[in-house]
Every structure is written in C-alpha cells, then in structure tokens.
Design a binder for this molecule. Structure first.
Ligand code: XMP
Length: 512
C-alpha cells in the first residue's frame, strides 16, 4: 500500500482516487502525523501532496526525513516537490513567479515515470499550479521535463527512485496524469494493482467476524446507500447476529420506506425493526419553521427513537455505521481551525456515547463510488446503489417554513415525477443530486378557464464530486419543460415550477 502525505491541497483526495482506480490501496495522513505511524504502516511507496504553503515561510510544513530513508520510491507533487527539494539539499525561491492553469511541458529525458507517454522532445499537456520556484535541484536529480515557466516541471533521481512533479497529475486537466501515477505505483514501486472490490469484500467479511465474534450488532438503516451496503456486508459476515433498526421519519422520498423494508426483510432476510415514526416526527415538527430548529428536532427525535428500539435488542454490543473515508480523513485543510457552522448535520447513527456500543464501520476506508461498486459486488441493484445522496433530515429541509403531512405528500409526488423524467432523459447519472423544493409561496395561475392560486415548486439539480462545491446542472430546456408540465398537471396544489441556477458557494445544495 501507498502512503499519501497530505500538505493540505484541495485535491489530495483525488490522488487517492486515481491510485485506487488502478487497483492500489492507499491512505492519506497529515504531514505532521507521519512520523508516528510510519513503522506500523510500512508503505511500499510515498506520495507527497500539494499544499497552499510556501517553502519560504518560517514554519513551512515538512514531513519527517525518515520517509526518504525507507528505501521506497517517493513522488512529490507541486508543494510536495518543493519540500522534497528543500529537504534533500536543493534550492527553492519564494513566490514572485506564479503559474496556474494549462501548460505544455517538453520531455527532456526518458524516465519510467513517463513510460508510455511521448518521446524526448514531445509536448505533454498538464495542469500547473505553483507559487514557489526551484532554482537548484538536489544532488542525484536530473531534469526529465520542463516548460518555459517551470524548468523543473519533472525531476528524477532514478537511483534512489525519488521523483518530483510541479503540476497536478491527479486532476482531469492533466489528461495523462493517471498514467503517470500508475507508472509510479506499478512500474516504479512494483505494485500489482490487485486491490479489487471482490478482495475487499472477502477481507472485510473476515475482519468483521474477527471483531464481532459471537456478539450482537445493531445497524441503523436510513434507506440510503451507505447504511444499506454496510448492513448487507455485515449480514454476509455474521448472519442473524445482525439486527437492523429502520427509523422511518415519514420524510423519505416517495415509496422509499417500503422499498427498504421489502429489500431487507424479504430479499435479504435480514432481521429488521421498522419503526413507523412519521406521526411522531410530523407532530413534533408542527409549528417549527426555523431551519436549524428543524434539524435539531429531527436529530433529537431520531436518537430517542433509535435508542428506545435498540434497548429492546438484548445483549447488543456493537453498533454498525456506514461511515465513509471522506468523513474519516483528518485532512490538513479541514483540521486547520474552527469553521463556521452552516448547518448542523444529522446522520443515521449519530448516537450519544452513553450507549456504550462499540462501533463497526466496514466502509471507513472507502469513497462513495467504491461503496457503490461494493454494493453491486454484494448483489444490490445498480439503480439502488446509484441513487443520489439524500440528507438525514429528509424532505423536512426541502419544505421551507412549516411542515405538514399534506406538504410532504405533495413534495414526494413532485419529486418522484422530476426524478422519473430525469431518468427517462438518461441524465440521472450525469447529475450528482436532483430534488424538488416546495416553497411557502402561492402564485396566481390559470388552468382551463379558471383562476388558480397555488404553491410554487423549485427544481434543483447539481453536479459535484463531493458536495463541498457544486454547479447547477445545465438541463436541455425541453427536459425541464416536460418536468414542469407533468408536475403541474399531475400534482394537486402546484401551479408553477421554477429552476434554481445557484452554484455552491455562494448557495448551498439544500435550501435549508
Ligand atoms: P449542503 O446543503 O450543505 O449539502 O450544500 C451538501 C450535501 O450534504 C447533504 N446534507 C446532509 N446529509 N445529513 C446528511 O446526511 C444532513 O443533515 C445533511 N444536510 C445536507 C445534502 O443533501 C448534500 O448532498
């Protein structure tokens, strides 16, 4: 496996994704935590990520010198190249020359890092982003590729297998960047790329059995992809020692609660407690219109209900959660300081610690798309695991203002039509998340010959990679038109449909 040392680049996670796509397992760790974990981890190769710092700052971040003494290949990307140069005796100068964006580099010398790319003299398109400038490379290094702005675009010490790249091979804007990373992990470090979902499944089943023994496990099901995949995997490992608790808030998408119950109970034969708590949630939400108050009410009720139900399962010692890798990584960019609370997030399994259950988190090492692949590997339908993300507080945060049972029903119906049209147009998988929002606004319309005075529905669809930033999706007009026509014709109480063209930032994806 490969160690990725994080210096806080926005795209460090992409390095991990590219590696895993080529069948190589890797983990990301902050640069200042590497010293402590190096012995246990025993990496077969090390990659130093980019980052926002300058090697010239007084306290510029640097990784322990020991990574250069392991005898394994090291690849420094962007800031990683700068800090490697500085540590190994090269010279780096600060920020007067900055270079960002598309650039062409010229291959100066053959290297296994660029195997399968061009010959000497050929040009290669890359995505540059750097502020510092290398003025002298350490002893043993040679220039492999350069550009007018970056004489040291790619450098190599082939004997020690140390490589530096000034651009970002992990982003899509460097078309053959994935090949360069694969050259490093497969060609140079000799990894075979045998990390597949089938091997992960086997390994994880053994690990779960090992951790749980003959103990009982409770799993909170939300109906979403992550908790579903976790439950199926754990069930494969320990069978009837697993009980799932599905707190049905009454705020799920149309028909989704039924689907979950059928799938788990009838198809997988997994013991499932279905708590139909719609009345409780809607009752307590009556009169609540402040977004944070809604979120907190739902979070609190969820824990109360889950707590009560799981207390009935005698002798349970473990709690299963569908925690994913992006929630686990302690990244340099996110641990940097207090950040403003935009929304208090609520997720299934956010339980008080007095419950004293030990956690089983089989998806901790996976990215979302890997969880989907694992789901398919476990026999879940691709359409089921490919569903868009859905927030814990559900439709409650898609009904600005007060929530009523009637409004939830209207929104469920409109949302189902919207998603149906998106699927029919073949656009579902091109969109990261699409949903409808029922506005507390009435407008005048005319239907037949009569005046109407009914609600407005907003449609939202975004593209994103991780939900942190997002762009609104550019629909063909006729698809939006069809959605609007169908919704107004089929959903009682809606007489106008609008489309949200706000990106994130400055908007958020959800409206509340
Ligand atoms: P925002 O609205 O913050 O949403 O741009 C980013 C992503 O997170 C989802 N979301 C939530 N997911 N619990 C969740 O599990 C929550 O409380 C929650 N709030 C927002 C949202 O749907 C989007 O995918």
């Amino acid at each position: 496996r490969v160690l990725i040392v994080d210096f806080g680049s926005q795209v460090t996670q992409l390095i991990a994704r590219r590696l895993r796509e080529s069948g190589v397992f890797c983990e990301i760790h902050p640069y200042d935590k590497v010293e402590a974990m190096l012995a246990d981890f025993a990496p077969k190769a090390v990659i130093l990520s980019g980052g926002p710092a300058s090697v010239h700052e007084a306290e510029s971040p640097a990784v322990t010198r020991r990574v250069f003494e392991l005898g394994v290949p090291v690849l420094g990307i962007c800031y990683g190249e700068m800090t490697m140069c500085a540590e190994l005796g090269g010279k780096v100068e600060g920020g007067h020359h900055r270079e960002f964006g598309r650039a062409e580099i010229r291959i100066e010398k053959a290297s296994p890092l660029l195997a399968g790319l061009g010959d000497v003299g050929d040009l290669e398109t890359v995505w540059m982003s750097h502020g510092d400038k290398i003025t002298a490379i350490p002893e043993g290094f040679e220039v492999v590729a350069s550009s007018p702005g970056s004489p040291y675009a790619v450098i190599a010490d082939e004997a020690r297998r140390f490589y530096g790249i000034q651009f970002h091979p992990e982003v899509a804007h460097t078309p053959r960047g994935a090949q360069m990373l694969k050259n490093f992990t497969h060609g140079i470090a000799g990894l075979t790329g045998d990390w597949t979902m089938a091997s992960f499944r086997q390994e994880m089943v053994a690990k779960i059995r090992d951790q749980v023994g003959d103990g009982k496990v409770i799993c909170g099901l939300s109906g979403g992809v992550d908790s579903s995949v976790a439950a199926v995997l754990i069930h494969e490992a320990i069978g009837a020692q697993l009980t799932c608790v599905f707190v049905d808030t009454g705020l799920l998408r149309h028909n989704e609660a039924e689907q979950v119950v059928t799938l788990f109970r009838d198809h997988y034969n997994i013991p499932l407690i279905h708590v139909d708590a719609g009345d409780l949630f809607l009752g307590e939400l009556a009169g609540v219109s402040d977004p944070e108050a809604k979120r907190k009410t739902i979070g609190r009720l969820f824990i109360e209900v889950f707590d009560k139900e799981s207390a009935k399962i005698e002798g349970a010692a473990f709690l299963a959660q569908g925690t994913l890798y992006p929630d686990v990584i302690e990244s340099v960019s996110t641990s940097g300081g207090p950040s403003a609370v935009i929304k208090s997030h609520h997720n299934v399994g956010g339980l008080p610690d007095y419950m004293k259950l030990k956690l089983v988190e089989p998806l901790r090492e996976l990215f979302k798309d890997e969880v989907r692949a694992l789901g398919v590997e476990l026999g879940l339908a691709p359409a089921f695991v490919g569903r868009h993300p859905f927030p814990g507080p559900g439709l409650a945060i898609r009904i600005p203002g007060e929530i009523t049972r009637e409004k939830v029903a209207v929104l469920q119906q409109a949302d189902a039509i919207y998603l149906d049209e998106i699927r029919k147009a073949g656009l579902y998988d091109k969109i990261w998340q699409a949903f409808a929002v029922l506005l507390p606004v009435k407008t005048v319309g005319v239907m037949g010959d009569a005046r109407t005075y009914e609600d407005v529905l907003a449609l939202r669809a975004v593209t994103s990679t991780d939900g942190m930033t997002a762009d609104f999706f550019e629909f063909p007009w006729e698809v939006l038109g069809r959605c609007a026509t169908r919704i107004i014709n089929e959903v009682r109480g809606v007489n106008r449909v609008v489309y949200d063209v706000t990106s994130k930032p400055p908007g958020t994806i959800e409206w509340e």
